[in-house]
Design a protein around this ligand. Sequence first.
Ligand code: UDP
Length: 406
Amino acid sequence: MNMLGLSYILIINFLTSHCEEQYCSIDSTEHCTEKKEDNLYNKVSNEQYIKYYNAIEEAEKSYKACNNTNNGCFKHVIKRDLKPFKEKGISKDLINIAKSRGTFYQIIRGKLYRQKECMFPSRCVGVEYFLLKLAPELSDIDLVINVRDYPQSSKHFGGPLPIFSFSKTPQYYDITYPAWAFWEGGPAISLYPRGLGRWDELRASLNEASKNTPWENKENRAFFRGSRTSAERDNLILLSRRKPNLVDAQYTKNQAWKSDEDTLYAPPASEVPLEKHCKYKYLFNYRGVAASFRHKHLFLCQSLVFHVGDEWTEFYYDAMLPWIHYIPVSKDANQTVLEELIQFAIDNDELSKRIAMRGRDFVWNNLKMWNVTQFWKKLLKKYSKLLTYKTSLDKDLVKIEREERP
Ligand code: UDP
């Protein structure tokens, strides 16, 4: 059957499930008239929905779940990011140039060393958690890790530099590594004063929260809470002000907040813990300065994720597919487009639930701490083979040891 055929069947199913003539008895004409008006409305809206039905049908037709034995879902990212260095390898000179753009680390005889200063100490701790774990099984390497939000090796300025960054767009050469925030050092908002982190713990608490609010009990509303780290978020906030029954999206303060102007001329809203997001059916994810850490958490609510924009990625993003695991939204979507998409999700509850559950299952099954550690391991093993020189310990570095925790 062609796509148009399926779309029309979907529409007809949708319409007949809303008003079937045979159920209209002679003495309930008033009720029937009401239904017919409904029908007319639904026809218009369903014709608007054809593009979404088609997109879902296309995506499902070609979808084959990736095989994640051995972390296979993510291996193409390592291959892609190391490819620019394959031909000539990574020389000492290249590392020396890269050093000014990140934090310099060495792994020597199974021990981890770092330059004394780290621009964001808790981010370095988040990175070091994984490096310390892996150091005993790695050969000697030099590496430059960027713990700023923004990537550093632009394709528009000079050749590729071997710099590890947590997030980038296709315009950058940076080598993607799993964000520090899987362990520690994420944004320090009032709810997470030590900084968002501990993905292992949040996985468990979000899973619990999702069980307490199964799909059928969730509010039929879209939800977003966060600060104005990118103006791309404005249209959803404005839609929420016009249609609060459709979407609850409000800006919170961040450290840069100075006045209501920074929250789009409204007082800042209170922060909402990630677990409380689970009470809504539709959760929005927007980029911030780079990719936003909230992304992976939203899926574990077993809510439907609306992911806006496709440029900024973390290491696991590309393994998740639009219309299969989430609803893709253009970064330029205006209020009308956002409203139509949310209404589409509301009017197609079974489809919405199906996508939400696939998204949840992907993150739950494939993004465990084990997968994160394995990604680091494979990345560093492949990276070490590209170094064209034998490294030796830089005496200015400090030895990093495992932090003792209470
Ligand atoms: N966050 C939250 N509840 C809020 C606001 C923010 O849980 O009410 C979390 C969210 O996980 C996000 C982080 O705090 O990853 C920072 O959010 P913000 O919108 O300030 O910045 P982003 O990193 O998304 O650009």
